[in-house]
Design a protein around this ligand. Structure first.
Ligand SMILES: Cc1cc2nc3c(=O)[nH]c(=O)nc-3n(C[C@H](O)[C@H](O)[C@H](O)COP(=O)(O)OP(=O)(O)OC[C@H]3O[C@@H](n4cnc5c(N)ncnc54)[C@H](O)[C@@H]3O)c2cc1C
Length: 182
């Protein structure tokens, strides 16, 4: 997957600069300044702020090193009956909506079972699919499983194609319908 993405970057003349932090932006000179002092000129800068758990969770004593530690399978915190899912939690999967959704399903099943006086064996499976836009209508997809293989995550990469677009659109429209009634 990483190789495919790096290949796509190279084809498009995009320089990938891993393991560096953005230290400062000089908007007057239109340069981004990295932690090694390097200056990267830009016309348009798109930045994503660092992810961290909201302060209210820190104040509750739920976090350690910026995130809420949980059991990756049940999402239960160190406080019995208290769960955390998604970007605020260290749930054993990357910070992506698709994994937040899988984790939330497990927690919902557990809470419903508890309210009904029973227990649930539903767990966060750590699986999900990520779609990548390659342009010209082509979509790539990677299906990843973070928990089944003790040696580490395993994934299947589907090369970009126009045929995969239908699946991506169905993925999006099914969530819009379920979550927002659209
Ligand atoms: C640029 C970008 C692209 C992405 N692309 C993808 C993708 O293609 N596929 C994918 O699966 N994931 C993607 N993600 C990741 C995905 O958006 C997140 O993993 C997901 O939104 C996490 O969901 P969440 O509910 O945990 O947190 P959030 O979506 O961040 O929701 C948390 C909510 O809590 C609210 N909140 C915070 N503090 C408080 C407070 N004190 N009181 C009340 N409310 C509060 C916030 O306002 C927010 O609405 C992308 C993220 C970014 C930034």
């Amino acid at each position: 997957m990483s190789r495919a993405l790096l290949g796509a970057f190279a084809e498009r003349g995009i320089t990938f600069t891993p393991e560096r932090l953005l230290r400062r932006v000089d908007s007057a000179r239109r340069v981004a300044i990295l932690d090694d002092g390097r200056e990267v000129p830009y016309d348009l800068l798109l930045g994503v702020p660092a992810i961290r758990a909201p302060r209210v969770l820190e104040g509750c004593g739920l976090t350690a090193d910026g995130f809420v530690p949980v059991d990756p399978k049940t999402l239960e915190t160190r406080f019995p009956g208290v769960y955390a899912v998604g970007d605020c939690a260290r749930q054993g999967t990357p910070k992506a909506g698709v994994f937040a959704e899988g984790a939330a399903r497990a927690v919902a099943a557990s809470l419903i079972a508890r309210l009904r006086g029973g227990t649930s064996d539903a767990v966060h499976r750590g699986t999900g699919s990520c779609y990548i836009e390659f342009g010209a209508g082509r979509i790539g997809r990677v299906d990843i499983d973070f928990f089944s293989n003790p040696a580490g995550p395993v994934g299947i990469y589907h090369e970009p194609s126009v045929a995969l677009r239908e699946g991506k659109e169905a993925f999006g429209s099914s969530r819009r319908a379920r979550w927002f009634g659209l």
